[in-house]
Design a protein around this ligand. Sequence first.
Ligand code: GUN
Length: 295
Amino acid sequence: MANVIDGKAIAEKIKGEIAEEVARMVKEGMRAPHLAAILVGNDGASMTYVGHKEKACERVGLKSTVYRLERNTSQQQLLSLIREINDDDNIDGLIVQLPLPEGLDEQLVINTISADKDVDGFHPFNTGKMMLGLPSFLPATPYGIMTLLKESKIETRGKHCVIIGRSNIVGKPMANLLSAKGEGADCTVTLCHSRTPDLKHFTLDADIIIAALGHPKFLTADMVKPGAVIIDVGITRVEDKSKKSGFRLQGDVDYENVAPIASYITPVPGGVGPMTIVSLLKNTVAASKIRQARK
Ligand code: GUN
C-alpha cells in the first residue's frame, strides 16, 4: 500500500513558516506583503478558489484585496484595472482568476499584468525565465508539486517522469521544472497528451506519473508500474448527492485501485490542491521583498 502524501499537512507546515517570515518582515519595519486578486463573473469554482486564497492570506498575515467584477465587464475595463494595480506601489502581487468569461482575451490580460507582480507566473517573461532556469515566479501547481516531492523526500534524479496533459499552467511548466538541472529535478521527462498513441506504453515505464488532464479516474492500475510515485492534479466536480454542496472533487487517478501498487500517492482532495495556495503565498512574499528593497 502506498504512502499517502498529506498535502494538507505539508501546506499547513509551510504556511506556519511563511507566517513567521511575514511577522519578521513587519517587525523589521516593512509593510505586510499585499496580494490583489481579480475575479470576473460568478463561476462557482473560481469563487471558491479566490475565497480560499483570501483566507490563506489572512492566515499568514498577508494583506489581500479582491476586486469582484461583473460577468459583462469589458476588456477595456479589465485592462485599466490591471494597469491601475500595476502602478500601485502598495500592491506586490496581482492575479486574475482564470478562466475568464467568454469574450475576454486571457492572453492579453496576462500580458498586461506587470511581470514583477505576476505571482501566478503566467506572464511570458516569467515563463521564459523559468524555461531558462533563471529565478522567477513559478506557476502555483507545478511549484506546489515540486515542493511536495521535496518535502516527501522523493528521489527525482535520473527517474523517468511521465506527465499526462500539456496545459500551459500545469503540464508544460512541470516538464520544464522536472527536466531542469539540479537537486529535486534531473528527471527524464515524457510529456504525453490527448494525441499520444498507446499512452500505457509510456506510463508503464514511469517512475513518477503526474496526471493533469482533467478526466476523472483516467489513470487505472493496469497503466502503472508497481512502486511508481503518483501525483494527481485532477479536481473535476462530479455530482454527489450525499454532499451538502451536491458534488465532490474527483481526481484523474483511480485511487482505490492504484494506491495498493504505488509507492507514494497524492489524494484528492488534500494532495496537490492545498500546495498551490502555498506557492502563491511564497511568490507574493518574494515579490514584496523585492519591491520593498527597491526603496
Ligand atoms: N485557474 C486555475 N488555476 C489557476 C491559477 O493557478 N491561477 C489563476 N489565476 N487562475 C487559475
